[in-house]
Design a protein around this ligand. Structure first.
Ligand SMILES: [Zn+2]
Length: 246
């Protein structure tokens, strides 16, 4: 078995690691999250606006009942004052004062209810606006989620392909060599195998000694870089792209 397979395995492992990183770090995650957060915010604002409107409506109902009572009271007083049944001047004066005061109460309440109705109109506009914002946010959230799902499916498929290549390649490597690869890979953060190109170790960019150079022509010999300690692999450039199984 040529040591080149170990280097190819390392290329595959690096590609798998990079892809897994892309899966985890995809900006689609953040965008989907932001869209979901925005939907929650708009929903909360809408609920609050609807709650406020409900309370305003209750206040209006209560105010209208009060106004009915006051209007009836005013009507009664008015009738009594002008019916002629009371002749006492003092009493008539008191009734007039009372009538004015009830009239004032009625006007004040009417004013208040008008103001309340205006606020309710504005509140209804706000609810309409927030409802349309919520619909937009909802659509946006679904779009972002779909984009994320598509991205994850796409990267997931790529990852599966690489893992399948990894399985096939690993099956072609003897267990002892596989173990050696894993050990050295762990020691050098996934880059324990280094190619030698133009007599330079690609792991540390230092020229290899002439003694080592000789050993490298024997594919069965394990040669380690005297500078960085990586397992050296030497092979000529071929038509196949690096990292792919022929
Ligand atoms: Zn080296």
């Amino acid at each position: 078995m040529s040591l080149k397979r170990l280097w190819e395995l390392q290329e595959l492992d690096l590609a798998i690691g990079a892809l897994a990183e892309r899966l985890a770090q995809s900006p689609f995650h953040r965008e989907a999250e932001e869209a979901a957060d925005n939907l929650v915010r708009v929903r909360e604002a809408l609920e609050l606006a609807e709650q406020t409107f409900k309370e305003q409506h209750k206040r209006l109902r209560r105010g209208e009942l009060d106004l009915e009572t006051i209007t009836a009271e005013y009507g009664g007083l008015h009738r009594r004052l002008y019916s002629g049944e009371t002749k006492n001047v003092k009493e008539l004066e008191q009734m007039e004062v009372k009538l004015r005061s009830v009239k004032q109460k009625q006007l004040t309440l009417e004013e208040k209810l008008l103001g309340l109705m205006e606020s309710m109109e504005q509140q209804e506009e706000l609810i309409g606006e927030l409802t349309s914002q919520k619909d937009d946010a909802d659509a946006e959230m679904h779009k972002r989620q779909q984009l994320l799902d598509e991205e994850l499916a796409r990267l997931g498929k790529e990852l599966e392909k690489l893992e399948e290549q990894h399985r096939l390649l690993s099956a072609q490597i003897e267990p002892g060599r596989l173990q050696l690869y894993r050990d050295i890979s762990e020691r050098y953060q996934g880059r324990g195998v280094a190619r030698v190109i133009d007599d330079i170790c690609q792991g540390c960019r230092v020229s290899i000694s002439s003694a080592q150079r000789g050993f490298l022509y024997n594919p069965q010999t394990l040669v380690y870089c005297e500078n960085c300690g990586r397992l050296l692999v030497r092979f000529a450039e071929e038509k196949s792209s690096p990292g792919l199984v022929e």
